[in-house]
Every structure is written in C-alpha cells, then in structure tokens.
Design a protein around this ligand. Structure first.
Ligand SMILES: [Zn+2]
Length: 557
C-alpha cells in the first residue's frame, strides 16, 4: 500500500530542516535514514562522504530532543563537527583528552541543563566507567557512531577501541544506534550490524557508482620511473590533488621530489606532530598548498569538495581502501581523475604491513598472563605501561586486550578458557588470509583489461550486473580500438592484432603473479585466464605470456 504523502511526523522535520538547517529538502539516502532514526530504530547508513551524514543525527536530535551521543575516531574532526552544530544554534559539547578543564566544566553543566544536546566523544572516553554511568543516568536518546567501519577488522581503518562500543552501548541502557560509514563491503556491514543488532532492513545505502570519477591504472616497470610519471600527471591536471603513498619513507621521498620540481606541495603522515599535521591539513584545505602527499593517516573526516585528482603512488591494501581514498576526489560532482601507479615492488610493502596486523595466540596469552599477575583491577595508565614492557608488537597486544574484554575472558577468578582463545586466534588467522585475498584483488584490478568501474562495482555489489562506465582507461582503449576498426575500409585487410599476441582458447599461458593458467576468453584488449585453483582473472594482454605456439583455434575478438 502506498504511504500517505504526509505522515504526521514529516511536518516538524520539514520545519526544522528549513528553520534550523536552512535546507529545502533532504538528499538521497538521508530521508530514509532520518525516517528510521526518528522512529528510534537502529540503522546503518552507508553514505558517501559529502552526502550529509551528520544531518542524519542532527535533525532527529532537534526534533526528538534528548541527549545524542556521537562517537568519533578523531578529535580534530570532532572539534569541527561540534563547532558546526553550535553555529546552527544547537547545544553541542565535546568530551575527550584534548579538552581543557574549563571546556569540561562547561560541558558538564550542559549535560545537566541542555535539551536537545549533542555530545561528541571518543570510544576511549566513553569506556571510562564514571563518564559512561553519568551519561546513562541522564539517558541517551541516540548513540551515533561516526566512521563506523573502524569497528570492523575487515575495514581498512580498524581501531581496537571501537570494539568496545557494543558493550558500552549496553552500559548506556541500549539506546538506538545510528552507525555511519562510507565503506560498504559485506564484511564491514556484517560486523557493524552484528555488534549493534541492526536488522537487515536497517542497512541504508545510496550505491557506489559516481560517474564523475575517471579511473585508470598504469604499470610502471621500474620503480624509479614512477616519480617522473607522477610529476607529469600532477602537472597535467589542474586544480588541487592528493598523492597517496604506502609508507612514511615514500611520502618523504615523493614530497621532496615534488618540492624540487617547484610544485606547491604539502606532506601529511602519522609521524608528524599533531600541530604539524594540523598545519599541513589547513594549508591544503584553504588552497595554499595544491598537492598533498599523504599516507592513509590523511583523510578521515577530510571533506574538501574540489579535489581534482587522487594519485596512488603505490598499490593500497585492497579495493575498499582504494575506493575510499580515491573517492575523496570530485565531491563537488565535477570531473576528477583517479590514477593508480603500480610496480612489482608495491605488493611486498603491503605484505609487510599485513604480517604485523593481527594478534596471535601468544599475544592473547601474554595479555592474560599480565592481567592475572595481580589481584584486583588494573588502572588504565598502569596497564598501559605494563603492556609496553611486553616484548610483542604493541598494536597486537592492544587488539588482544580489547578482544579478551569483548569476549568476557579477563575474569582473573575464572580458569583460562584455552579453547576459546584458540578459537579466537584462528579467527584472526582467517582474517589475515582474507587480507591477503584483498591485496590479490587489488593487484588484479591494477592489471585488468576490464572497465575499472565494473571491477569496483563487482567488488561492492557482486550480485548486480554493471554496464561499462565509458570513461575509464580500459573503456577508452576499447573505444579507440572500435573506432580504428570502424574506420578501416571494407576491402582492407583486417588490422593486424595490434602488436599483441593473439591467444587461443585453451592455450596455456603464464602471468608473473599467478603463474601458469589456461585461456578461457580473449580479445585484443583483455585475456581471461583460469588457474589450476579454479580462480578466473582477466588481464591486459601485455601482462600475459604465451607458453606454446599453438594457434590451432584462434579466437575472434
Ligand atoms: Zn570503464
């Protein structure tokens, strides 16, 4: 049955939208999300950055009143959001480690007196039992989780502290949750809906495709030639752009090369001080710096609409990360270029990162041993120091600690549940395998002769059919090929198969990364190969070597 055009709840929404936010209408996706949030239903909103995610909690906060708690991974981001809300005339406060005593005192006052109130905080702060109890006593109307993919170990921005949010929500009296993210893969969505008990009907998204982003990938044989190519591409594109690199060392090198070439360039990575990072980000945001060279530390919450190009100097760890990073281009809807440069050495850099990521059984055991080494509870600062003293990677220990807490395995009076530990460690083993598969998918994307958008969409929405985009490098090659064929006079010999070898159905071939396989389909632009493990991948012909000269059954294009 069609819904009535004006349900009783739409009038106050429309009024608040006009009067408070000075907007005429809600955008795609926002309407559906806000409709659920107004009815206090838990929701996961998968909206591209720039689609107006914050309105999805701000508007219900204004109309429904009460206390809205917004959890955010970045303090810098929170400050901007808080200021933005306050400018709209809505009471907003923040609680985190960078607040001054005066700010905290004012925030505490607002927490008692103001309604509606939007409170921004970090997961670490929320984990403080006194603070959490204080919020629970006031009563939380909505718990909004910004950048919610950080809870998922399948996501590329995994933050161990986000894992606690499930149990913290319980401590807050189980308010409805609004999880917000731009990352839409199944693994990430599954983790978020599981942690917060969000029904499948509560997952709202606006799709992945953005026609203004033009994708291409270039193989650069020698790593040292990349810098020259990068510089040429940056110069050839007007407007400001981002260059993503995989390591701090590479960031420094690329930055120096661009600087030496007299480019207007900034540098951003996790080893700069907070004030340096802030300064660099500001310079880029207000246009004093045209090109920003950055590691993936740059980006969460960066909302600059007029980025005209995103260049990847190395292969990112997977298509999720690639889509999110490249998707920072062209948020104003105008054309933007997304280019991936890659060489053979890229993959080993990512493999090195993967090896340090997940806790192993030894990490869980080390943390448990530490927790059991004393009677009574640990103070967080003491625990912090004690973790430092363990000779295992710090990050793995932190993840292990949070996982143990999440699974209620830290009670010192209960016997150690070894079976549960082994089970959890195995799960992380599977995640490591899945990361390796993500990296392989990324490499396959780089080498593929198929439409880049088809490849990206197949990753995010595997069940649907996707047309060619017509704007990526591979679509352009196909168009040139077709134009050349159309121009050839009817009586002329068919054009030679360019300079590429023709591949026959069933012919054994070799690729550098995947070894030997059999040709399943081929034309002048793309060769699809089946490998002995059953996997099928397509390659540009230049990445495929014939293993024999059998041309008994040449395939037509
Ligand atoms: Zn295409």
């Amino acid at each position: 049955m069609p819904r009535p055009r004006s349900t009783p709840s739409t009038a106050p929404i429309q009024r608040a939208l006009r009067q408070k936010f000075h907007l005429k209408r809600l955008r795609d996706g926002q309407q559906e999300v806000i409709d659920r949030v107004m009815r206090r239903l838990s929701t996961l909103a998968v909206l591209p950055t720039g689609a107006g995610k914050s309105l999805c909690y701000q508007l219900p906060a204004v109309v429904n009143g009460g206390l809205t708690v917004v959890v955010s991974p970045l303090i810098a981001l929170m400050k901007d959001q808080c200021d933005g809300v306050a400018e709209l005339g809505i009471s907003a406060v923040q609680f985190h480690s960078a607040c001054s005593a005066a700010e905290l005192a004012r925030a505490e006052q607002a927490l008692v007196a103001d309604d509606p109130l939007i409170l921004f905080t970090t997961p670490e702060r929320l984990a403080d039992a006194d603070f959490c109890a204080c919020l629970a006593a006031r009563g939380v109307s909505l718990l909004a989780i910004d950048e919610a993919h950080c809870i998922s170990q399948w996501g590329h921005d995994f933050r161990p502290a986000f894992l606690q949010l499930g149990s913290l929500r319980d401590a807050l009296g189980r308010p409805p949750v609004l999880a917000l993210t731009a990352t839409a893969t199944q693994g990430v969505v599954d983790d978020i809906v599981e942690l917060f008990d969000i029904p499948r009907a509560g997952v709202i998204g606006t799709g992945v495709y953005r026609a203004n982003l033009h994708y291409r990938a270039e193989a650069i044989g020698r790593a040292e030639d990349k810098l020259a190519r990068l510089l040429a591409l940056a110069r050839a594109t007007e407007g400001c752009g981002l260059v993503y690199v995989a390591t701090v060392k590479a960031a420094q090198e690329v930055f120096e090369a661009l600087q030496a070439a007299d480019e207007s360039v900034g540098l951003y990575h996790g080893r700069l001080s907070a004030s340096q990072r802030h300064e660099q980000q500001d310079a880029f945001m207000d246009g004093r710096v045209r090109v920003m060279v950055a590691t993936n530390a740059f980006g969460l919450g960066v909302d600059k609409p007029d980025i005209r190009f995103v260049l990847h100097h190395q292969i990112p760890p997977g298509l999720d990360a690639y889509y999110q990073e490249s998707g920072r281009a062209g948020r104003d809807g105008l054309p933007a270029e997304c280019t991936l440069l890659f060489s053979d050495s890229d993959r080993s850099v990512q493999q090195f990162f993967l090896s340090g990521r997940y806790p192993q059984l030894q990490d869980f055991e080390a943390v448990l041993q530490l927790l059991r080494s004393r009677q009574g509870p640990w103070d967080e600062a003491e625990l912090d120091t004690a973790l430092d003293a363990i000779e295992r990677p710090r990050r793995k220990l932190e993840v292990a600690l949070n996982v143990l807490r999440q699974h209620d395995l830290i009670d010192p009076t209960a016997p150690v549940d070894l079976a549960a530990l082994v089970n959890i460690a195995e799960r992380y083993g599977h995640k490591a395998e899945s990361d390796r598969a993500s990296l392989e998918a990324m490499v396959a994307y780089a080498q593929s002769g198929r439409c880049r958008w088809q490849l990206l969409l197949a990753h995010f929405e595997p069940s649907a059919e996707h047309p060619r985009c017509g704007s990526c490098d591979n679509c352009a090659r196909l168009a040139r090929h077709e134009a050349a064929e159309a121009e050839a006079p009817d009586d002329a010999q068919p054009p030679p198969q360019i300079e590429l070898p023709a591949f026959a159905l069933g012919q054994p071939v070799r690729t550098r990364r995947h070894g030997v396989g059999t040709v399943k389909a081929a034309d002048a632009l793309s060769v699809t190969i089946e490998f002995p493990n059953g996997a099928t991948r397509s390659f540009q012909p230049q990445f495929v070597a014939a293993l024999n000269k059998s041309r008994a059954a040449p395939m037509s294009a």
